[in-house]
Design a protein around this ligand. Structure first.
Ligand SMILES: [Zn+2]
Length: 131
């Protein structure tokens, strides 16, 4: 049984190419300068069409999380932590908190991105607790 993989598109391909290089990429609008995540063809703030990729710091805080104890498939080893991360740059993203005791995870904790190879072609951003 395999994990669920994202579908391929021009936008997601650029994003995951960054992940394979160890870079968490955000789109920045050339009109209003705001970052956004997930990748879109338009700026979610002003509707601008000129978007450029920039590497994020990879730092953020846990906005909320859940401990998954019944995995969706045997490909996921439970328990694991799924969290919403508020990135330092502003956007919020969903990811996993790895290399931690799930019972030790708290809202507000600082986290740092790292990357896991889920297959030969897919590298996923995950987060680790800081401090
Ligand atoms: Zn904009």
């Amino acid at each position: 049984m395999e994990r669920t993989f994202p579908t391929s598109s021009a936008l997601s391909d650029a994003y995951y190419a960054g992940c394979r290089e160890g870079k968490l990429l955000l789109q920045y609008c050339s009109d209003c300068q705001q970052p956004q995540f997930y990748p879109r063809i338009l700026c979610s703030h002003c509707g601008g069409r000129e978007l450029a990729w920039r590497e994020a710091s990879g730092k953020g805080h846990i906005a909320t999380f859940t401990v998954v104890r019944q995995p969706v498939s045997p490909a996921y080893e439970a328990p694991y932590v799924v969290a919403l991360i508020d990135l330092e740059e502003g956007p919020r993203m969903m990811s996993h908190i790895v290399n931690c005791d799930p019972e030790a995870v708290r809202v507000g904790q600082p986290v740092q991105v790292s990357f896991e190879n889920w297959s030969e072609t897919l590298t996923m951003p995950v987060f680790q607790l800081q401090g």
